[in-house]
Design a protein around this ligand. Structure first.
Ligand SMILES: [Zn+2]
Length: 216
């Protein structure tokens, strides 16, 4: 699922708490937002492994939410909803597509890495790929209660991310071609091996595929 969907999910889960404890609402909602976003910061270094913990985040979140319910402070609230947002993100990725460059082709058997059992969890593909029409529909459905319930800067944050979701869904299927063009034509010929080490393997593989097709 795309980043806005995860961000909205983290916020929606924090919404009931925010309504019950309005004094902690901004902390809970922003923590939920960040928890939804942060796992995907591993996009270029071990994507869906380095910052995705589908077993450990839920365990830690269960403890942190219990602590925040019994002892509500800004710090316990922030930790609880951040961890719950990150847990929801890591588990939700199992129900999306795989790690391949074009996830709608459904060729990858890797969705999220399970550190506890040291194995990759296979994608369920209920949402076929990030930025798919069903992903956008999910994003909109999650954003509606947020836009209705919230106001001010945090409501504008939701509206801005909704705009990003619509734009991303609109261009999603041409992104691999754009990326391979940029990386194959501009980055690979000009970059040092140190820079190339940061280019995800799926882009380099695709470039090799293109090269072999052209030489045939
Ligand atoms: Zn993710």
């Amino acid at each position: 699922m795309m980043l806005p969907t995860h961000a909205f999910a983290g916020m929606v889960i924090a919404l009931p708490y925010a309504l019950v404890f309005p004094e902690f609402a901004p902390v809970a909602l922003l923590a939920g937002f960040l928890g939804g976003v942060v796992p995907d910061l591993d996009l270029y270094t071990g994507h869906r492994k380095t910052l995705h913990y589908p077993v450990y985040y839920p365990g830690a979140a269960a403890v942190a939410v219990s602590v925040a319910a019994l002892w509500p402070t800004p710090a316990t609230t922030a930790v609880a909803w951040f961890l719950l947002g990150a847990a929801t993100h890591s588990v939700a990725d199992v129900f999306g597509g795989g790690l391949e460059l074009r996830p709608w082709e459904a060729t990858s058997s890797r969705a999220v890495y399970d550190h506890h059992n040291r194995r990759w969890i296979a994608p369920r593909r209920w949402v076929r790929y990030d930025g798919s029409p069903e992903d956008l529909a999910l994003s909109v459905a999650l954003a509606v209660p947020l836009v209705v319930a919230l106001e001010g800067a945090i409501e504008w944050l939701v509206i801005a991310f909704l705009g990003i979701a619509v734009a991303y869904a609109a261009v999603r299927r041409i992104l691999p071609a754009v990326a391979s063009r940029l990386i194959g034509d501009l980055v690979v010929p000009n970059a040092s091996s140190r820079v190339l080490a940061y280019v995800p393997a799926r882009y380099l593989d695709l470039n090799a595929e293109r090269g072999s097709t052209q030489s045939r």
